[in-house]
Design a protein around this ligand. Structure first.
Ligand SMILES: Nc1ncnc2c1ncn2[C@@H]1O[C@H](COP(=O)(O)OP(=O)(O)OP(=O)(O)O)[C@@H](O)[C@H]1O
Ligand SMILES: [Mg+2]
Length: 277
């Protein structure tokens, strides 16, 4: 029986998603988490691994990520001494997770070249990879692959093969509602007041709805803002505005239809939220 109480204690909301995560991990079906920045993809995967009491192996997709970095390589000095064998093989995150029944977390898989993603396909359904000069590595019970992709990222990404999608259960993560966001901020920021948690989350939510903002910030922005404001206090609107400008400006993107710079938009949003609060 899988005890998911630690996962539920550390993740606010996401009941439906946790249900699917739980079922997929029981069935050993690889999971694809799709969501914008700060939607909790990494946190969910880490908390799932912790709840399952399985080791966590992480790799991040980028254009120089090749199959060897994912699966593993041979130590050249040891190979001279002992030849090619399990003793001289250095497991990469995929082989490590397979050998130890762990969670293989492949972050931003669509930033990796397609060949590297192809290298993991046989692990997904057959639970085996073939390492040249070594032979097959079989997955121990508990091996669970989790991938993430961000649907909004188009620069520097590659389309994932159909065969990849065909092997995974897909979980879509939207930004969470205001009430959940407030609970997340309270969980992550020690000693945060109700006022600061509410202000920080309302500010982020306003960045989603503002007509001049194309891409808003995430709960990560709310957490950082709440942290800084908890240290500083909410007494001076000018300081609040400066803090928000530093924390949020680079996290948002203005709409092509406006001339306003992002920092001006943040100041506007701060005024809106303070006046409505
Ligand atoms: N549902 C949630 N419950 C508790 N904490 C959450 C939740 N969602 C997000 N968080 C917190 O929000 C922050 C951002 O989450 P996380 O880093 O997992 O996002 P991400 O989707 O992996 O973002 P990125 O795409 O930028 O890597 C973290 O501090 C995380 O702890
Ligand atoms: Mg992440």
């Amino acid at each position: 029986m899988i005890d998911l109480s630690p996962l539920k204690a550390n993740i606010i909301g996401r009941k439906k998603e946790i249900e699917i995560l739980s079922l997929s991990s029981k069935a050993g079906v690889p999971i694809l988490l799709e969501g914008d920045v700060g939607t909790g993809k990494t946190e969910l995967a880490k908390q799932l691994a912790a709840s399952l009491d399985r080791p966590f192996y992480r790799i991040d997709g980028n254009d120089s990520l090749n199959a060897i970095k994912i699966t593993g390589w041979f130590d050249p000095a040891l190979v001279l001494e002992k030849g090619f064998s399990m003793d001289t093989f250095v497991p990469g995150p995929l082989a490590g997770a397979m050998l130890n029944g762990g969670v293989f977390f492949f972050n931003e898989a669509n930033r990796a070249p397609s060949e590297s993603v192809n290298a993991v396909l046989s692990a997904l359904d057959e639970g085996v990879i073939y390492v040249p000069r070594l032979g097959p590595i079989k997955a121990k019970e508990g091996f669970l692959p989790i991938f993430t992709i961000n649907p909004r990222e188009h620069i520097g990404t590659n389309p994932l093969p159909r065969a990849f999608y065909d092997r995974c259960a897909w979980i879509n993560l939207d930004h969470q509602p205001l009430d959940d966001m407030i609970e997340i901020v309270k969980l992550r920021v020690p000693d945060v007041s109700d006022e600061i948690a509410l202000f920080s989350c309302q500010l982020i939510k306003t960045t989603w709805d503002h007509p001049d903002i194309e891409t808003g910030s995430s709960v990560r922005g709310a957490i950082q803002l709440a942290y800084l404001l908890t240290l500083r206090g909410m007494d001076d609107p000018e300081i609040i505005s400066q803090v928000a400008e530093s924390v949020i400006t680079k996290k948002i993107v203005s709409s092509p239809s406006t001339e306003k710079e992002e920092n001006i938009l943040v100041k506007e949003v701060v005024k809106m939220v303070l006046n409505n609060g």
